[in-house]
Design a protein around this ligand. Structure first.
Ligand SMILES: Cc1cc2nc3c(=O)[nH]c(=O)nc-3n(C[C@H](O)[C@H](O)[C@H](O)COP(=O)(O)O)c2cc1C
Length: 129
């Protein structure tokens, strides 16, 4: 189950989850938050802090997600107690990715250095960094 706070991790454990995907605010795509509060869009917890808090809250295996692009970052989340790392955005520009060409070009174009939160696609709070 995806969690974005220690409280959500606790709820996942209580509900019988086998593992938690700990999703920091850096994560691309939708945020798997349990609460949907428009007032709090973008107010999430950074991945490194979140792993530490979740590790102290539940005994479940942790899959770390959010802004991981380099091997050293993966080593860092494993050192913090995660069992595995999940990457999403890093693969969007791969040939196998179904992202449209314009999107792929924008992701590697240095002219586009900012991202914004939007509810345009799903109505749910995403996080883009
Ligand atoms: C195109 C795209 C769509 C995504 N859709 C979802 C989704 O529907 N539900 C969800 O919980 N996470 C979704 N994610 C988030 C991923 O599960 C993962 O947490 C995230 O990609 C990790 O952060 P990163 O993109 O910075 O590597 C999506 C990510 C991307 C890039």
């Amino acid at each position: 189950m995806t969690v974005t706070t220690p409280e959500e991790a606790q709820a996942a454990q209580w509900s019988g989850a086998d593992a938690v995907c700990v999703q920091g605010i850096e994560a691309g795509g939708h945020q798997g938050t349990h609460r949907d509060d428009p007032q709090n869009d973008g107010a999430g917890i950074g991945l490194l802090s979140l792993i530490t808090q979740v590790r102290e809250t539940v005994q479940l295996p942790i899959v770390a997600a959010g802004g991981l692009m380099r091997g050293a970052q993966i080593a860092a989340v494993l050192a913090l107690g995660a069992e595995a790392a999940q990457l999403g955005t890093a693969f969007l520009v791969c040939p196998e990715s179904g992202a449209n060409v314009l999107h792929k070009q924008a992701m590697t174009n240095p002219l586009f250095v900012r991202t914004e939160l939007t509810r345009a696609f799903s109505g749910r709070p995403p996080a883009a960094w």
